[in-house]
Design a protein around this ligand. Structure first.
Ligand code: SAM
Length: 431
């Protein structure tokens, strides 16, 4: 907590999640957790728990340690090998920023020259860890007792990090005012507002997140270098509609759009209102691609359905959300299939992390009976269905097609120059 002494000696745990963490913060609890084998799966964990209890371990401690062991195993997807030295709450893990994305957040602060960043709603400390690992001083604040306790443990390796259990709304008036010693000199602020209600329902309106969008704007007014993680579905003009200029960057990881990061002041790149950060591939061949709209021509579209070329490009979700499909069109020398649809077509095959390429075999006007006959004639027994700008219910379509045959194919349901069509495609495997 504030005055973080480091190490899993944090105290003050109470409440449900915090109570299950508390036994692990004592030396014998931590020792038991560290001595556990890798999480063996739920069934074997029952046996392991029984054995530990039979050997005399406190049942509450065994339960807490096995819960952490399970959460650590799950957390490896976000935190890699670091997960094994961390503590989690189930909710905190679900909400945490994966380390790879947090590293991108942290770099923005470092590159903007920030030295002391307040992480306002730090959760289990995913973002704060990335900030600290770049050598930034961090004040990590969370009102939740369990989150603050767990963040204290997870940030123990960085003595220059302070964790404070407090409400951001109470901290906010002191930002930039310089009367609170913990907040003095804060030159960067990061927020990752909770997007679930107490009953667990997701909230889409950023003003209903906690802290709300209005508080984020207040922080940004006090600390110019403010960044905030928002849901990917926010309106593209959210910041502009609030009278603020910002760079909003949609981020995808292996095709899943995970966030829209909104960057104010020196954290925004000059002249860039929207951008996409696309992270793809395995550890051996990870690619990181950033695109923005600077100097981009508005994309053209085909004039008639027969304008579809040999290839169809399905742009990454971050590119679509950020409104930068024109970048894909430029890259592949293509055009949109319709002025309002985010598919690009081209006669050229170009390998890019920004879009998935499909080879177009045939193009038909959409009609169920004709489609069924055509797929039967071609021996297509399994289909992957993609759609944009089509109201067709995919599962119902699958049932109605009653497919049979040895071939598999990709069907793309979409509008071509204003008319509903279906494209029979084959995925392109780049060599
Ligand atoms: C999405 S999580 C943050 C996750 C974090 N960025 C990470 O990577 O681990 C949001 C956190 O904000 C905290 N929070 C929500 N409203 C708050 C408020 N008014 N004051 C302090 N903390 C708040 C919640 O307790 C939760 O831990």
């Amino acid at each position: 907590m504030d005055g973080n002494s480091g190490g899993p000696g944090a105290s003050g745990a109470g409440g449900t999640a915090a109570a299950s963490i508390a036994p692990l913060l004592a030396p014998d609890g931590w020792a038991l957790l560290e001595a556990l084998p890798p999480y063996p799966g739920p069934d074997a964990a029952l046996g392991l728990g029984a054995r530990l209890r039979a050997e005399g371990a406190d049942p509450a401690l065994v339960a807490a340690a096995l819960t952490q062991s399970r959460l650590r195993a799950r957390a490896a997807a976000k935190f890699g090998p670091f997960a094994d030295g961390m503590l989690f709450t189930a909710e905190g893990l679900e909400q945490a920023t994966r380390l790879e994305v947090a590293a991108h957040h942290a770099r923005r602060f470092r590159d903007a020259g920030c030295t002391r960043v307040a992480d306002l709603g730090c959760g289990i400390g995913g973002d704060a860890m990335a900030l600290a690992s770049l050598g930034l001083e961090v004040l990590a604040v969370d009102r939740d007792e369990a989150a603050a306790a767990v963040a204290t443990v997870n940030l123990r390796h960085w003595p220059e990090v302070r964790v404070r259990r407090a409400d951001v709304l109470d901290v906010l008036p002191h930002l930039g005012a310089g009367t609170d010693p913990g907040l003095a000199g804060v030159d960067g602020a990061w927020l990752d507002p909770a997007r679930r209600t107490a009953s667990g329902r997701r909230v889409l309106d950023p003003e209903r997140a906690s802290p709300p969008w209005s508080a984020v704007l207040d922080v940004a007014a006090r600390v110019p270098a403010t960044g905030v993680k928002l849901a990917p579905g926010i309106p593209r003009d959210l910041a502009a509609a609030s009278g603020r200029s910002a760079e909003v960057q949609w981020v995808s990881v292996d095709g899943d759009v995970v966030e829209a990061g909104c960057w104010f002041g020196p954290l925004a790149r000059p002249g860039v209102a929207a951008s996409a950060l696309v992270l793809r591939g395995g550890p051996g061949g990870r690619t990181t691609t950033v695109v923005d709209g600077t100097g981009m021509e508005p994309p053209a579209a085909i004039a008639a359905p027969d304008g579809v070329g040999a290839y169809l490009y399905d742009p990454d979700g971050a590119v679509v959300r950020s409104g930068l499909v024109g970048r894909v069109a430029e890259l592949v020398g293509g055009v949109l299939v319709d002025p309002t649809i985010a598919y690009v077509t081209s006669s050229r095959l170009v390998e890019t992390p920004l879009a998935r390429a499909l080879a177009v075999e045939e193009v038909w006007p959409f009609g169920l009976k004709a489609l069924r006959t055509r797929l039967r004639d071609r021996g297509v027994g399994a289909v992957e269905v993609l759609k944009r700008g089509s109201a067709v219910d995919v599962e119902q379509l699958r049932r109605s097609l009653r497919l049979e045959g040895p071939r598999s194919a990709t069907l793309v349901l979409t509008r071509l120059a204003g008319q509903q069509h279906v494209l029979l495609c084959r995925p392109v495997v780049h060599g």
